[in-house]
Write a protein that binds this ligand. Structure first.
Ligand code: GTP
Ligand code: NA
Ligand code: MG
Length: 319
């Protein structure tokens, strides 16, 4: 769709950070799902993807800014594992995205995979927002479900704020040691040079409106050219597998362009290129995790950015 005369695709946002910082739980909180509880050992072991339409983002941010301009169709969020053994998947995720959320556990500060993720983002020159997560774990935190962070902070006692400020200062110092200036986003006067911190809770939802709005507004403001639709299709394969009922399927992230049912596609195989055509274009429902088995929506055509299961016309064999 054309929004305000601009023809923008959805930005792709990767969520990264140390194991158990709360990446999947943050997405669960936005989606209203329980994906994290279904993970083996509570550990993410695959790349995930979820599409958040602009209408849902509007709903979630209206208390913060009811008249915010949302010029993008939505936001595609890529979940990545934080466990040390999945560097490859983190590299892949960060390579796909336009911007990122770096999740830091407020009670732990910067950890080894926080720094690894940070270095991946730096080397890709990818902009990011820091979610300083688990604010609800501050001793005496008064829960304000799904509230903008400013409103939630106003409800807290002096003691809670002392602990919050102490931990925040530690995290800012740790980022400084990594060569990065960071500041609470609502105090940041040098956007672009000083990275933004948004305090969040994935359990009670404080700060989620701020995180969503900041991401969308930042993308719209600084990435117009990058987010403008190209005629050329740009697509990354996540996985090829045989899916019950759909035959051979190719899970992809459509980064740019449009795909149609019947389009001929070329897939790089082990024995050279494989030519096939799109029998069906399937996506999970909006606000549902791609890697969790569920029902799919069928599309005649689909615009970027999206996570898509392509049912192929012929059997593509990978050995
Ligand atoms: P990996 O994908 O395995 O790297 O972990 P993750 O970053 O996705 O963290 P996950 O969502 O699995 O959360 C780890 C644990 O922290 C779970 O037990 C969550 O319930 C808990 N948790 C996550 N966010 C919060 C939060 O904001 N507050 C509190 N109290 N607990 C949280
Ligand atoms: Na986890
Ligand atoms: Mg996870």
């Amino acid at each position: 769709p054309v929004h305000n005369g601009q023809n923008l695709r959805s930005p792709i946002c990767c969520i990264m950070g140390h194991v158990d910082a709360g990446k999947t739980k943050l997405l669960d909180c936005i989606r209203g799902t329980h994906v994290q509880e279904g993970e083996a050992g509570g550990i993410t072991q695959q790349i995930g993807a979820t599409y958040f339409p602009a209408e849902n983002i509007r709903e979630r941010t209206k208390e913060l800014k009811a008249d915010a301009k949302l010029n993008v169709p939505g936001l595609l969020v890529i979940d990545t594992p934080g466990h040390e053994s999945f560097t490859k998947l983190r590299t892949r995720g960060s390579g796909l995205c336009d911007l990122a959320i770096l999740v830091v556990d407020l009670m732990h500060g910067l950890e080894p995979q926080t720094i690894e993720s940070l270095n991946l983002l730096k080397s890709g020159k990818t902009d990011f927002v820091i979610a300083l997560n688990k604010v609800d774990r501050l001793y005496g935190w008064k829960t304000c479900p799904n509230a903008p962070i400013g409103k939630a902070i106003k409800q807290q006692s002096k003691d809670v704020m002392i602990e919050f400020n102490m931990r925040l200062t530690q995290v800012i110092t740790q980022f400084k040691e990594q060569g990065l200036n960071t500041e609470l986003y609502y105090k940041n006067k040098e956007m672009g040079e000083t990275y933004n911190i948004v305090p969040t809770s994935a359990i009670s939802g404080e700060g989620i409106p701020d995180l969503l709005l900041l991401l969308v507004q930042w993308a719209q403001k600084t990435m117009i050219k990058r987010l403008t639709y190209s005629e050329e299709v740009q697509c990354t394969i996540l996985e090829v597998k045989v899916d019950e009922g759909h035959g051979t399927t190719i899970d992809v992230i459509l980064v740019n362009g449009v795909l149609h049912e019947g389009d001929q596609i070329v897939v790089g195989g082990m024995q050279g290129p494989i030519v096939t055509s799109i029998r069906a274009l399937l996506t999970p429902h909006p606000m549902r995790e791609f890697r969790v088995k569920g029902t799919y929506l069928h599309h005649k055509e689909i615009k970027a950015a999206q996570c898509i299961k392509i049912a192929a016309q012929v059997t593509v064999s990978f050995s």
